[in-house]
Design a protein. Structure first.
Length: 138
């Protein structure tokens, strides 16, 4: 038998399609843009105001979402030009996922904050051990 190693990560293997899509979904800006576009199409400035993102970050995020088939960019032949962004059918399938993530965040924000506080208090607390490598260096 050859030296074939079985992948431990399966669909989460670097470069896998599943991992690529999860990275797109896990991007914090993706969530904000999808949430903002859920009610309907928005112009760039409306989307910027709604999401709270800066122009450069929003532009990059929109391009990535458009490239991946989640956002549609429609240019209207008007003077001045008008551009609207909307979720595609595929993008709309993310809405329940974004909603579930938001609900989880709201339900557990206090728990996460308490855990963070406990961790930070523990990290600052001196161990009180003598003879450690730290104390021997001083």
């Amino acid at each position: 038998m050859a030296n074939a190693r079985k992948s431990v990560n399966g669909p989460y293997e670097p470069g896998s399609a599943t991992r690529d899509v999860l990275q797109l979904l896990a991007n914090r800006w993706t969530i904000l843009v999808v949430k903002s576009l859920q009610p309907g199409p928005l112009r760039f400035s409306e989307l910027r105001d709604s999401s709270g993102l800066g122009a450069q970050v929003l532009t990059r995020t929109l391009r990535t979402l458009e490239e991946n088939g989640l956002v549609n960019r429609q240019v209207f032949a008007e003077v001045p030009p008008r551009v609207e962004y909307s979720l595609t059918e595929l993008g709309r399938t993310m809405c329940p996922v974004v909603h579930a993530i938001r609900e989880w965040a709201e339900d557990h924000a206090a728990d996460v904050s308490a855990a963070r506080d406990r961790f930070q208090r523990k990290a600052r607390k001196p161990t009180g051990k003598t003879g450690s490598a730290e104390s021997s260096r001083t």
